[in-house]
Write a protein that binds this ligand. Structure first.
Ligand code: PLP
Length: 380
């Protein structure tokens, strides 16, 4: 193939990439084929410890119909949406729900629709990039409180704002710890703040009937707006919000990431519905058992583990060591991604293990053996 000449005016791109490489922050994509607990990359079959398909619901068959190829407000609003939105609203004990193409777009669309200039948003310092971006889009004043720190939150809530919002994740995506939702909802009630919970990682996974982190803390009804993903616990694709009907109506009318984009293909909506209706409880129990086994095993090896959820970070610190750690695991048949800045703060690089119900007891034992070898190599 003829090599295209590089354009001089784009030379700065090379410099930017070079800087990322020098700082060990360069990211590369790998092509992989996932099947159950395994992933095949470059002809190597590895145990997959970085999938967000936490429940590992067995493959669901759906029929692919003609795509609607339009925004939902035009002709893309297939009937399957209503069926799924009704069950999701009930699942969250809310009046209504609205599906977006992704969880990322749900945050962008909903938060920027409900908060505006003159409002005050309190956001946890470890909140996901989609929350950070959506806060910026809203034009509200954004005040970042220390991670899960209620004293700092209370202090920052004293600032002026027409409407005040507190936004937190349910299970934090890179640390696996749970947000202090009992205290947060109490503070919200006292100060009349609106509570928004992004439960992308807790939804379908914890709480009675997989209703998520607020249900786990028994505060479901006190959350004003839920944001979640269908691409993690449920192992499908898409995002959604759930709230009272007028909030959903406002989002239909104001969310740019809802109005100005094509609808999620209806076969994915049906796929989510089928998976929602499957035996999630059995998978949830399996996930809980696997999580306990991995946490116990890692602690016995000597790793410092503070997570109780299916997201288990092993904090390494230095970016280069985290990359080397990941490579060692890869070479020994385990796929777990090193996570670096800007996803986590600088010098807080980590291996993020995500447990799924796909893993068998034997596969977990094998994984732990490899982590034991890694411990001797990287912790001496
Ligand atoms: C906390 C949180 N919110 C939202 C998202 C975005 O979800 P989706 O993958 O459906 O876009 C993610 C995904 O990584 C997440 O971790």
């Amino acid at each position: 193939m003829k090599k295209l000449a590089s354009k001089h005016k784009l030379n700065f791109v090379d410099s930017e990439l070079e800087i990322l490489k020098e700082k060990n922050l360069y990211r590369e994509m790998r092509y992989g084929i996932s099947k159950g607990s395994k992933i095949t990359i470059n002809n190597s079959q590895l145990l997959n410890l970085c999938s967000n398909d936490y429940l590992g619901i067995p493959v669901t068959k759906i029929q692919i119909k003609q795509l609607q190829s339009s925004s939902r407000l035009v002709s893309g609003n297939d009937e399957s949406y209503k069926k799924l939105e009704d069950v999701l609203a009930k699942h969250k004990s809310q009046q209504s729900s609205l599906i977006y193409p992704t969880g990322y777009m749900a945050n962008l669309g909903a938060i920027s629709a409900i908060a505006k200039k003159g409002d005050l948003i309190l956001s946890d310092e470890l909140n996901h990039a989609s929350i950070i971006e959506s806060c910026k889009l809203s034009d509200a004043k954004v005040s970042i409180y220390k991670h899960n720190d209620m004293t700092d939150m209370n202090k920052k809530l004293k600032q002026k704002g027409r409407n005040k919002f507190i936004i937190t994740e349910g299970i934090f995506s890179m640390d696996g710890d749970l947000s202090s939702l009992k205290q947060i909802t109490e503070i919200s009630e006292k100060s009349d703040a609106i509570t928004i919970v992004d439960d992308a990682h807790g939804d379908f996974v914890i709480g009675n009937d997989g209703k998520g982190t607020p249900e786990y803390f028994n505060v479901s009804k006190k959350v004003d707006l839920y944001v979640s993903s269908l691409s993690k616990g449920l192992g499908s694709f898409g995002g959604y919000i759930a709230s009272q009907s007028n909030v959903v109506d406002l989002c239909i009318n104001k969310s740019k990431s809802f109005i100005y984009t094509s609808a999620l293909p209806s076969f994915l909506v049906e796929y989510s519905f089928k998976r929602f209706e499957s035996d999630r409880e059995r998978q949830k129990k399996k996930l809980e058992k696997n999580t306990k086994q991995i946490i116990k095993g890692l602690k016995e090896i000597g790793y410092e583990i503070n997570s109780h959820s299916q997201i288990i970070p092993i904090i390494i610190g230095n970016e280069k060591t985290a990359m080397d750690f990941g490579k060692f695991l890869f070479d020994n048949g385990v796929y777990a991604q090193p996570i670096r800045f800007p996803t986590v703060p600088k010098n807080k690089a980590r291996l993020r293990i995500s447990v799924t119900a796909w893993l068998s007891g034997r596969e977990i034992e094998k994984t732990l053996n490899i982590f034991e070898k890694a411990y001797s190599k990287f912790h001496s």
